[in-house]
Design a protein around this ligand. Sequence first.
Ligand SMILES: Nc1ncnc2c1ncn2[C@@H]1O[C@H](COP(=O)(O)OP(=O)(O)OP(=O)(O)O)[C@@H](O)[C@H]1O
Length: 589
Amino acid sequence: MINDRISQAILVSGESGAGKTESTKSLMQYLAFMGGKAKAEGRSVQEQILESNPVLEAFGNAKTVRNNNSSRFGKFVEIQFDQYGKISGAAIRTYLLERSRVCQISDPERNYHCFYMLCASPPEDRDKFKVGEAKTFHYLNQSNCIDLNGFDDSKEYIETRRAMGIVGMSNDEQDAIFKVVAAILHLGNIEFGEGSEPDSSAPKDDKSKFHLKTAAELFMCDAKGLEESLCKRVMATRGESITKNLDAKGAALSRDALSRIVYSRLFDWLVNKINSSIGQDPDSKILIGVLDIYGFESFKTNSFEQFCINLTNEKLQQHFNQHVFKMEQEEYTKEEIDWSYIQFVDNQEILDLIEKKPGGIIALLDETCMLRNSTHETFAEKLYQKYKDNPHFSKPKFSRSDFTVHHYAGNVTYQTDLFLDKNIDYAVNEHQILLNASKCPFVSSLFPPVEEAAKNTKFTSIGSSFKQQLQSLLETLSATEPHYIRCIKPNNVLKPAIFENSNVLQQLRCGGVLEAIRISCLGYPTRRTFYEFVNRFGILHPKALSKGNTEITSTKMILEKANLVGYQFGNLKRVPQFTTSPSDFEFYR
Ligand SMILES: Nc1ncnc2c1ncn2[C@@H]1O[C@H](COP(=O)(O)OP(=O)(O)OP(=O)(O)O)[C@@H](O)[C@H]1O
């Protein structure tokens, strides 16, 4: 960056637990050390950049089966430099936080670290935030794993609050954040039973009423209003609005939807706050971007999240292919080598299948989400009809609603069951009105009033906004010189010094490493100077080394002797004149 004055990007990829986040942290530490400015006033930019890591990890990382500290979001950190090569600003962009985890975890995973930290906070904080032991909360005790080996939640709580301070969050803001976290835990403990009217619902018992009251206190909103927003739904039809009761199951779903939207708005708030306190440098002309993003995923069951993650990887793979190929092409043009017959396989067709507008899977999903009475089955039916002849799409034999995409890294079968729900991003109107009216300015700011115009648009599509985010990421990346780090996980048992061959091979495939080698093979991957060539292969044809031959003549003679056809010499004008000393040839004779 300093030498060429060109922005750089480092793309770190690999499967979960392979070491992306650890590598990214090392990279950021290095950049902060090399580009850090001496501290003038307050916190230095580099210090804030580094301290953003523990904050984002507390709210965006969780224990999964594959990694005890798995990032459940993608991250692009853009470090801006001034003309002297010193860090002058930074921006963090995050992608697709896994929201479903807030309400649903399976054994032996955990929810986001911050929930456990809060429950392990000092007694005065636990009183302030009205929380008790982690195992008493439904959102945490669905899994048997509460404590994490080597991870001290109470220490992490103090550490997180310290880091929050460094990245510019005041004490009051921190308290407001943890109140929201506590409110979510209490929401999760509200159970619903039958209400007084048919098909209606109400908090099941005194315990549920207590948690509802506590959640309302923490949100600083009206408890009755909270109950109604969970147990009733207002339907607007042709200018009229009708209030409909929700049954116990519907109320529990509404409760979980509220928890998810609050948590995701909270996470977005944290990222925005970090960005505004670190500050951007509008005059910066060069940057180094570090991308830490989920690798290609293919599990037994694959849902909407895997679909988006794999779209990301298709996009990055295309960027990688184009970059490698472009570089090769430039080299050939410079050397005047004829490369017109090299066929380069692009994954554009797979990308079209997924994201073309109109006609791609995401567009079809949005269309389906907008229609009343759509189900995942009607969505799958549409897919089957539309793509029956698409070579990158297939319908698994014994399935009525799954579909398979033939990705560059392998085939992945997706279960459509939750695609529609997961694609819809909206705050239920009653939740929105309730929390907007909160007496806590922080909570109210998470739910700003919805503009009239936006009310009429039916919903915001998570798939489409993710697609746009990716587009803008790729625009940023294409203005940089990219570098790639592929993290490879040696084993699945989270232990050192064990190397599982088949796993490693699978990762090389999924990471596009084999694809990169294939592209190189299509071109002219081996380049030697005439001198090196004659020196190495002269032994095959000693006569070629006769005195008076130029390096080029010798090379031609060796190639012909070996019956090699189709070679190209490139731009002969650029070849240095014969410089080999006779003693070098002696060796071969
Ligand atoms: N270079 C390394 N040396 C030793 N251990 C490492 C290294 N990198 C990672 N680890 C170990 O692997 C664990 C997982 O690493 P990390 O969290 O960076 O994975 P990841 O690829 O970011 O995963 P995810 O996609 O789930 O966030 C770390 O907590 C650490 O224990």
